[in-house]
Design a protein around this ligand. Structure first.
Ligand code: 13P
Length: 252
């Protein structure tokens, strides 16, 4: 079965309610209804219900940028998986490098979040990626494989339909410096091989692996030309309608 092509927008901690809902209106008004790629938006938690109202019936996925791994209860300031589902989320981002780095999310935390998300019927987009120092020390493959193996602890093969991976080299995020398509594709192959060892080769062949890090209309074509790159997770270029609509047109 061909893998799903995914265009995902991570709006991070940007935009007011008005700006994010205007952005959605703009995208919806101008987008051609394409079914050759899956679109997923990851806005601020606060804006999710308003955006949900707007995208109803439009075949667009909506997700949280994070969740807490406990099911429910006294965890002040946290957001539960069931609460994301309750307001219409289909997806959740887990293990973004900004969460691993600024909020000290370790392997165990990321794994617990993946388990809770899947148990709550959310689709997981698991983010992995190496720092500049790790790349310069030639440990990219080891770092990324460790991130994958640890996140997949106690995950069953039947959950794989609900998992996608986003490879985002940290040094390419928000820097304007993207990995070359060949470099990215090489790491995507390593990731797929690791998934093959954990589950099996056939199952691994069906998982969409996205690239993220300074993706823009100018470089998406060459990235998507690589066989193992199945989509993109976009930050900066998803905050305005025009570049995002261009990405939609160019993705395949
Ligand atoms: P940029 O596209 O701004 O580099 O961000 C990538 C990213 O971190 C998406 O999750």
């Amino acid at each position: 079965m061909p893998r799903k092509v995914i265009l995902a927008a991570n709006w991070k901690m940007n935009l007011t309610m008005k700006k994010s809902t205007d952005l959605v209106d703009d995208i919806l008004n101008k987008m051609k209804n394409k079914d050759n790629c899956e679109i997923i938006l990851f806005p601020s938690f606060l804006h999710i219900p308003a955006i949900m109202e707007k995208i109803k019936g439009r075949n667009i996925g909506l997700g949280g940028q994070n969740l807490y791994f406990e099911e429910v209860g006294a965890y002040t300031g946290e957001i539960a998986a069931f609460q994301l589902v309750d307001v219409g989320c289909t997806h959740v981002l887990i293990g973004h490098s900004e969460r691993r780095h600024y909020f000290h999310e370790d392997y165990e935390t990321v794994n617990k979040k993946v388990i809770q998300a899947l148990a709550s019927n959310l689709k997981v987009m698991l983010c992995v990626g190496e720092s500049l120092e790790e790349r310069e020390n030639n440990v990219t493959e080891m770092v990324v494989v460790d991130q994958i193996v640890s996140a997949m602890q106690n995950i069953s093969i039947k959950n794989l339909n609900d998992i996608s991976i986003a490879y985002e080299p940290i040094w390419a995020i928000g820097t304007g410096r993207n990995a070359t398509p060949a470099d990215a594709a090489h790491v995507h192959k390593i990731i797929r091989k690791a998934l093959g060892r954990i589950f099996n080769t056939d199952a691994a062949a069906g998982i969409s692996i996205l690239y993220g890090g300074s993706v823009k209309p100018e470089n998406i074509k060459e990235l998507m030309a690589e066989e193992d790159i199945d989509g993109v997770l976009v930050g900066g270029a998803s905050l305005k309608a025009e570049p995002f609509l261009d990405l939609m047109k160019l993705i395949n």
